[in-house]
Design a protein around this ligand. Structure first.
Ligand SMILES: Nc1ncnc2c1ncn2[C@@H]1O[C@H](COP(=O)(O)OP(=O)(O)OP(=O)(O)O)[C@@H](O)[C@H]1O
Length: 290
């Protein structure tokens, strides 16, 4: 079992933005969703875990080894698909993956070739292996990004906002690929897409303003809101009244009217009906409260 322990990690950028505020988190094997709005600090945290950025304070341990003091200890066990992995030279998918494999220290030529071809097959890029990567679609590039992240069979895999900009079909294909990686390692999926976390992750945390504001299993989060979520269709113009009177979690347009969800521990009256909570409702509730 792998364990990643993050203790009191802080980072203030030169412009004064506090990206991480004494953040602590423990993660073990499986797919872990790190959910938070834009600017919450997810990318800053992912870059620190990948050793690309230094915290001002705090510690990161991977399997009891201090990663900040000893960054090389993690390098061999880490696969990283950053948010902005997108610039490619004019070389084929095979050649580029092979080159990255050499950089990652896969020195044995025959087993390297075997692994490169297997990963191209796993990411559904085998047929395109001789095509230049810069001609790939967004979805193919992201799948290539997964292939490079999986080189060397890493024990910690970090994917930062991987489906941003993908169309629904590509996003689905990408998520299927992630779900097949296996449970024997830690996979951290950083995203603002609640649905991706719900579909893929066994454990999750919600991050806001540089801190972890909640942590648990998606199903437990949803169960915690049973009986406390209420819905009603209202006129768009009435929204401010409802915002003032109730704890409004979301307001979604539906056939020209607004479907509102509110949080209330008892029946709020006013024609509200009980609603079945979704992870999104819990997410809005948590962001609302913090
Ligand atoms: N190099 C930097 N210099 C200054 N401020 C930065 C830098 N990188 C990030 N920030 C700021 O730090 C905060 C956290 O950014 P970060 O990118 O970590 O958040 P995020 O949750 O990944 O959001 P996004 O999904 O938009 O990338 C934001 O306010 C951002 O503007």
């Amino acid at each position: 079992m792998n364990t990643l322990t993050i203790n009191n990690l802080s980072k203030v950028y030169k412009n004064g933005v506090k990206a991480l505020d004494e953040l602590s988190l423990e993660i073990s094997n499986g797919m872990f969703g790190l959910l938070g709005p834009n600017g919450a600090g997810k990318s800053s945290l992912m870059k620190m875990l990948a050793g690309l950025q230094h915290p001002d304070a705090g510690e990161i341990y991977f399997n009891n080894c201090n990663v900040i003091r000893n960054p090389l200890s993690l390098k061999r066990q880490l696969g990283f698909l950053p948010q902005d992995f997108g610039v490619y030279p004019k070389v084929s998918a095979y050649d580029l993956l092979n080159h990255i494999a050499v950089l990652k220290g896969l020195t044995h030529a025959a087993s390297r070739k075997e692994q490169v071809l297997a990963l191209l097959a796993q990411t559904n890029l085998y047929q395109q292996r001789d095509k230049e990567v810069h001609t790939f679609s967004g979805g193919m590039r992201q799948r290539f990004g997964v292939a490079q992240a999986l080189l060397g069979n890493p024990q910690l895999i970090i994917v930062d906002e991987p489906t941003a900009g993908l169309d629904p079909e590509e996003r689905n294909r990408f998520n299927n690929l992630l779900s097949e990686i296996g449970e024997e390692k830690i996979i951290i999926l950083s995203t603002h897409l609640v649905e991706d976390v719900k579909n893929l992750c066994t454990h999750m945390a919600v991050m806001n303003k540089g801190r972890i504001i909640a942590k648990g299993k998606p199903a437990d989060f949803i169960a915690s809101m049973n009986g406390k979520l209420w819905q009603k269709m209202i006129d768009k113009t009435d929204k401010p009244v409802y915002e003032q009177r109730f704890r409004l979690l979301s307001a979604q347009l539906s056939l020209g009217k607004l479907q509102v969800h509110i949080y209330s521990e008892s029946d709020p009256g006013y024609g509200f009906a009980p609603a079945s909570p979704a992870l999104e409702d819990v997410y809005f509730y948590l962001l609302n409260a913090n």
